[in-house]
Design a protein around this ligand. Structure first.
Ligand SMILES: *Cc1c(COP(=O)(O)O)cnc(C)c1O
Length: 220
């Protein structure tokens, strides 16, 4: 097989290969290129190669660098993959096209209000704290049904679940559990898998993989 010419081509090839092994079509999997900490000059080559879905983890950073890039590439889709403070909900609704980190009732309230005010309903993933880690974002597994109900009552389009498994241990069981929780709650979207483990995530049903360092190199 020929060597892929760019990191993006290499990741796309790996996504396609993992999908094939899992008996899935590569088009079922959205690559979210996580460009946090990287400047416009690093992002431009990916845009030139046709990548259109990007992820950022901070509202301020995204607001500083994306408007200009978007003026050149209006079909860019911007996803918020990091934690969101309720007081930034309005700004997030104006800037992003999808939110992966809906994780608590106060944020449901703030986002519901912001979406109503803007007349713009963004698809959202509910982030689940799948490893029950003290310091991590995401709702507790036991709280998921209630949070989902609240989000639906607030007219927030919830399209799936997102998880970040605990570091340093095999992620597959956590991906499998997230898949089961989604199915149990009637959700089909699964945002899971990062640079180190996206192929495993794809084999366990990921619909959105969030890949940063494997595309951009280290984050210094
Ligand atoms: C940074 C980040 C990623 C990408 O991580 P890499 O290991 O660089 O691929 C994915 N998801 C979230 C929530 C992140 O903050």
């Amino acid at each position: 097989m020929d060597q892929p010419a760019t990191p993006l081509a290499a990741i796309r090839a790996r996504i396609a290969a993992a999908a094939q092994v899992a008996g899935r079509r590569p088009e079922e999997i959205t690559l979210v290129a996580v460009s946090k900490t990287h400047e416009a000059e690093a992002i431009a080559p990916l845009l030139a190669q046709g990548q259109r879905v990007f992820g950022e983890n901070r509202v301020q950073e995204a607001a500083a660098k994306w408007p200009e890039l978007r003026a050149r590439y209006p079909d860019v889709e911007l996803h918020l993959v990091g934690q969101l403070q309720s007081n930034k909900a309005e700004e997030a609704v104006a800037l992003f096209d999808c939110i992966h980190s809906l994780d608590r009732p106060s944020l449901v309230k703030a986002l519901g209000a912001a979406m109503a005010k803007a007349g713009r309903r963004l698809p959202c993933f509910i982030q689940v704290n799948i490893g029950a880690e003290e310091q991590k974002g995401g709702c507790a597994i036991a709280e998921l049904p209630d949070l989902l109900e609240q989000a639906r009552a607030a007219d927030i389009p919830v399209i799936g679940l997102m998880c970040v498994p605990p570091a340093g241990i095999e992620p597959a069981p956590f991906f499998a559990l997230t898949d089961k929780l989604a199915a149990d709650n009637g959700l089909t979207g699964l945002s899971m898998g990062m640079s180190e483990d996206f192929e495993t995530a794809i084999m366990l049903g990921a619909t959105h993989v969030r890949v940063g360092s494997a595309l951009f190199g280290g984050r210094g």
